[in-house]
Each structure stands twice: as C-alpha cells, then as structure tokens.
Design a protein around this ligand. Structure first.
Ligand code: SF4
Length: 484
C-alpha cells in the first residue's frame, strides 16, 4: 500500500499479515542489550525458556561473547494461573547467586498475554526482602508490539524515569545515547569524544561488556558498562545527544522535560554530513573545537569518496535494517553517488516515513521506502528491477546468493561472518570503512581485461590467466571488451 509519495519517491507499507524472512528480531533482545550496557546488571526474561534462549543466542552469535540472561521458565500452569510465583523465585535466586547491581525484568509475548502485573510483583518482592536494595526495573517487551528496537527504546524510557536522580550539580559532561549500534560504534564515539576532550556518559555502554578481553581470572561481571552512579548523575549533564530517533528519542524528551537537560535528537552520524552535524552540535554545546586529528580523518574520507566515485557512481543499492541506521545509510550512499533504490525496514513509523520523504526530496532520490515489511518483499522487487549491491544484516544473504550480488554486512545480526560487532560505521572513520567495503564489493565482482573493468558474472565460461587473457575463452573476452 502506498503511504505517501513525492514525484520520484514513495513510502509503502506491507499489508500482508504474515512475515516471510522478517528483517527484525524480538523485543526482549533490545532491553537485554541495553541492560548489558549497565555495569553488573542482569536481565530476567519473564516468559518461557525459549524467550531467553533465542535472544541470548542472537546476541552471542553476533558478538561471540557469552551472554547471561535468567528466565522465569513459564510452563502450562503459569500460562493458565499466572507467572507470579516463578518471578518471585527468580528474583530471589538471581540476587542470591549473582549479586547484580540491578535487575531488569523483561516481559515476553507470553507474560504480556497472561497479563501478569509485574510492578506489583516486584513491589511484593521488595516488601518481603527489604534488605535487597538494588534497583529492579520492569520493561514491557511483547514482541507483537514493535520490534527489537522497541525493546531497547522502552528500556531507555524506563532508565530515564526510574534510574536518574534529580539534581542540578553541573558535572561538565554530555550524555550520549548511541542507540542500537555495535560495540565498535560505541568505542568510535568514545574515541571521538576523547579526541575532543569532551567527557561523556553513554546511555548505555556495552562496548566492553559485549566485546571484552580474555582474563585468566574471569571477572564476576564483564568489565565496563555505564555505572548506576553515572546514570544517576546524568541529570547533571549539560546536554543529551540521542543518535537514533527510534532508540532513545522518548528518553531524550524525558531528560528535557523532567530534568531540564537540553536534548538533541540527531540523525545517526553515518557519512560526511551527519557526522559534521553531530560534531558541530557537540562543539556548540561544549565549546570544544574539533581537533586536527578528526579534521584529518574528514579530509581522508573526502579523498576516499573522490577515489571511489569512478567505480560506484549511479549504481543501484537496496538497503534493509533498522530505521535510523537506514536514514544514515541513505544519506551516505547518496553522498557517495550511489542510487538507493529500495530501503526496507520492519518498523512501522510515521516519523520515519515523513523523514524519508524529506530526504528523498532534498537528495532527489527515486527510492521506494518500504516499511513494516520483510525480505521476501525486497527479493520480489530486486527480481523485477535488479540492484548492484545489498547493504544490510546477514539475513539478506539468501537474496545475495540467489541474485549473485554482493551483500555489504551492516547492522544486526551479523552471524555468518566473524568480528563485525567490532566494526564501526559511525564518524568519519566509520564512513571510510563503508567506502572501502562498498568499492571492494564492487571490485569482487569485476576483473580488468585490457584496461576495461568487466563484470565477472558476464565472464562465466571464460578462463582467466593472470589477467593476460591467454586462457580458454580469450576470444569471448575480446569480443566483450570490444562491445564494452
Ligand atoms: S514468544 Fe515472543 S518474546 Fe518469546 S522468543 Fe518468541 S517473539 Fe520473543
């Protein structure tokens, strides 16, 4: 169904009620991931065992780190009579066995459908055990409402409402809400702030907890993460920067209204212009200049983009994943001279639709922005009108294989490659990495014959000998070069 349209671009929404090859995962994963960014915190998933197993496997496959999560392990009885007893027992067990700094209780499809009153159960637990004084927060994460990013966003809303202490003792810091990004992205943002000599509180920071080192003596909880004290103190910061609208946007407005922390919700700093915008806002708020080291990264990125344009200008690309990453990638791929032809997200968001229309008008894009949809729908589009690249997470590999086009792996989850959780796509250095991935993906499909770039797919049946053209099929190649 067409939602809105400009002369060249459209936003469509999938009306089919069944998702085929969804480009989303389940909501508790988001709250779990965000909880991982709080030092010493632990999640209890209030649901059946699979509701803990599936999310932890997803995170583990992406980050190659063990991922602890407790479950209330609801069965048939609880589904009929409620899961209160299971949750009370789980809270006590988790506290006694792990002594976490904080517990996040995530609901699931099952416990939301049963209708368990989680705040009341937590209240009863705290009354029974007044000596257990750690924060216990509950986050609504039914997977039939929203996606994994909804779970993350809901956690941040709860954090802003429940874990921040009111107060006005300026701490000379800024708050950064990176959103759903890689541990490598958070490290890159931290490096940029370090270079600018800006002190920042990250809400939250799983750059070490989900990408830590190997220690002969395993720490009780992974090293790193934002401490509860830092979260409490975040009301004293001079400003807050939310780098994703759909993950952190609600928390940003709570900081603004409730704590008087001026909040800036910006497009994700992917590519040249979005990174410029982020850094100039940080400079405006803190008074700290962008240092020469970052200026040099910017210049290097520009140079790489100039070098890249001869390969990729006007090539068509299909992008899929989470809405804010897509917004950043659309602008960046357009900056690079690519044509974003299809942009696909599982999220259903009017704000995203409006923002994409503005972007399409500004950049003069002939793009179909497809929301609340799946990879099956994208595959149909790509079959009807082929593209040169796919950019998205691992679930797109089947389209890439079927259509024999490169997939540049970005987003979550990347489970069929190693180490992608360490890759940053934010900032100038992140954009440089993307330029290299895109151009190399292009070159992986090409070869040079008599100074002419040829598509490897057109050379099937030819045997190349060190690029000299002396192998079998030389005549066929010569003909193709002449045609080219
Ligand atoms: S039942 Fe719902 S919460 Fe549990 S794993 Fe499935 S989608 Fe996620």
């Amino acid at each position: 169904m067409t939602v809105t349209t400009t002369p060249k671009a459209t936003v469509t929404r999938q009306e089919r009620v069944v998702a085929i090859n969804p480009t989303r995962t389940c909501a508790p994963i988001g709250a779990m991931l965000a909880t991982y960014g709080v030092h010493g915190a632990l999640t209890i998933n209030h649901g059946s065992q699979g509701c803990a197993t599936y999310p932890r496997h997803q995170i583990t496959r992406h980050t190659r780190e063990p991922c602890e999560v407790a479950t209330t392990s609801l069965s048939e009885n609880a589904a009929v009579y409620g899961g209160k007893e299971n949750l009370l027992i789980a809270l006590k067990n988790v506290y006694e066995r792990f002594h976490p700094t904080m517990i996040t209780v995530c609901t699931t499809c099952l416990s939301e459908t049963i209708g368990d009153d989680i705040p009341a159960i937590i209240g009863e637990f705290q009354e029974n055990f007044p000596e257990i004084s750690i924060p216990i927060v509950d986050v609504n994460t039914p997977s039939y409402v929203g996606t994994h990013i909804t779970g993350f966003d809901n956690f941040l809303e709860v954090l802003a409402k429940s874990l921040v202490r009111r107060g006005r003792k300026p701490n000379n810091k800024i708050n950064i809400v990176p959103g759903w990004v890689n541990p490598g992205d958070i490290r890159e943002l931290k490096a940029m702030m370090h270079e600018m000599e800006v002190a920042a509180i990250f809400l939250t920071d799983y750059s070490e907890t989900l990408d830590g080192g190997f220690y002969s003596e395993k720490p009780h909880f992974p090293k790193g993460g934002t401490t509860l004290e830092e979260i409490e103190d975040s009301s004293n910061s001079m400003a807050l920067f939310a780098l994703q609208k759909h993950v952190g946007g609600k928390a940003a407005s709570i900081y603004d209204r409730r704590y008087g922390v001026p909040s800036h919700v910006l497009p994700m700093p992917i590519g040249l212009e979005n990174t410029d915008q982020f850094l100039s806002k940080v400079t405006e708020v803190t008074g700290k200049e962008v240092p020469e080291s970052i200026e040099m990264d910017r210049a290097r990125l520009l140079d790489a983009m100039v070098d890249a344009h001869m390969y990729v200008t006007d090539m068509k690309v299909a992008l899929f994943g989470d809405p804010d990453i897509l917004e950043g990638l659309v602008r960046f791929t357009a900056e690079l001279g690519l044509r974003p032809r299809y942009v696909v997200t599982a999220t259903d968001s009017k704000q995203w639709a409006d923002d994409m229309m503005k972007l399409a008008e500004e950049l003069d894009l002939d793009t179909e922005f497809m929301m609340k949809t799946d990879l099956h729908e994208l595959h149909k589009r790509v079959k009807a009108e082929p593209v040169d690249f796919l950019i998205g997470h691992s679930k797109g590999k089947f389209i890439a294989t079927d259509e024999n086009i490169p997939l540049i792996r970005v987003g979550f989850p990347i489970e069929d490659r190693f180490g992608y959780h360490r890759k940053a796509i934010v900032g100038y250095r992140g954009a440089m990495y993307l330029v290299e991935e895109i151009v190399n993906a292009f070159l992986s499909q090409k070869t040079v014959v008599s100074n002419t770039i040829m598509d490897m797919r057109d050379l099937e049946g030819c045997t190349l000998t060190n690029g000299s053209g002396n192998g079998h099929g030389h005549e066929k190649m010569s003909e193709m070069v002449k045609e080219a």
